[in-house]
Design a protein around this ligand. Structure first.
Ligand SMILES: [Zn+2]
Length: 340
């Protein structure tokens, strides 16, 4: 069967590998239909010296497919069921797993497509407990954006930042996969959304998606623009994932007692922090990584209710690398989905 493998840093190959054996007792076998790309794929592709992994590695961290076979103990799924897969091999037994805080698993075996073989292959076996049904009205291409992008945003906004109706939020990089999701989810509960983009074309797209105010960060300093837009009050929540280039500016845009939630550092990982400012302004800063199984179910329910991921492009498996390069160059507006 076909699989897309990372054979060296920045070198991907479509390989012919042996199909998986029949699923074990508690496993399902999934025929993968769509893989969505995320920045973690870009990090993996570039190579990370500290990541514990062995090459070649099957890539793909976020995916949707159809059940092809089930193990003898699996009663929750049957062949033909449409599903998405959790993106990390959690243990299922530790306290965090038992309490539904899956992304805080104390014994996680790795992130799919990053530390361990991922989903960019025709067939994959996975424990049934890491598999989530897709509602009938949601396409598999859309569903493929649920296990990481949509659920990460769900976790950031609602579990961590506790975004509430009527609040004002600054969403950085509104054209990114998670940025487009954050704009939609915040608007859905009645927030005022300010977002940043890097071009006038993206500004128009972000407006069309529902953003109330759009700042082109290449022509305006976002700190000043937010101050003006909020009549010097600042925002309740900042949705961060840009990192070094924006982090301190993001803190400056917060109200006293405001919350900053971050899940990324695409522009760089190191920054300085003014501790006086932190405690005097009573900021709350949340690091957020991944999501729980519940977040994925909630994200799929939102898709079922009409919220759709913005898909920038669909590419074929052989063009995965082109998709990554497009993502890396920040040309996208929304998600890139690789179809089989
Ligand atoms: Zn665990």
């Amino acid at each position: 069967m076909r699989a897309l493998t990372l054979v060296a840093d920045r070198k991907l190959e479509v390989a012919d590998i042996a199909p998986p054996p029949a699923p074990a007792a508690d496993e399902v076998q999934i025929r993968v239909h769509a893989v969505a790309l995320n920045h973690i794929d870009v990090w993996g592709y570039r190579g990370m010296a500290f990541a514990k992994r062995k090459l070649p590695l099957v890539v793909g961290a976020e995916a949707a497919g159809e059940i092809a076979a089930v193990g003898p103990d699996v009663a929750t799924f049957k062949p033909g069921d449409r599903v998405v897969m959790y993106g990390a091999l959690t243990c299922g037994a530790c306290r965090a797993c038992r309490e539904g805080r899956d992304n805080l698993c104390e014994d996680v075996a790795g992130i799919m497509g990053f530390h361990v073989d991922g989903f960019a292959r025709e067939l994959v076996n996975l424990p049934a407990r890491l598999t989530i049904p897709v509602p009938a009205s949601v396409s598999l291409n859309d569903a493929a954006c649920a296990p990481i992008a949509f659920s990460t945003v769900e976790h950031m906004l609602f579990d961590n930042a506790r975004l509430a109706p009527g609040e004002t939020i600054l969403v950085h990089a509104g054209g990114s996969g998670i940025g487009t999701a954050a704009i939609q989810m915040a608007k859905q509960i009645g927030c005022t959304v300010i977002t940043t983009v890097g071009s006038d074309e993206k500004a128009a797209q972000a407006k069309a998606l529902g953003a109330d105010h759009v700042i082109n960060y290449r022509t305006d300093r976002f700190e000043h623009a937010v101050r003006k837009l909020t009549a010097k009050k600042g925002v309740d929540v900042v949705f961060e994932h840009v990192g070094a280039d924006t982090f301190n500016g993001s803190l400056l845009t917060l109200k006293r007692g405001g919350r900053l939630v971050t899940c990324g550092a695409t522009s760089g990982a190191a920054t300085t922090l003014n501790l006086m400012q932190l405690f005097q302004q009573q900021y709350r800063i949340f690091g957020s990584f991944g999501a729980s199984m519940r977040n994925i179910r909630d994200a799929l329910a939102k898709m079922q209710a009409g919220l759709r991921p913005v898909v920038d492009t669909e590419v074929a498996l052989a063009d995965f690398e082109r998709g990554l390069q497009r993502l890396e160059s920040r040309q996208v507006f929304g998600k890139i989905v690789v179809t089989f």
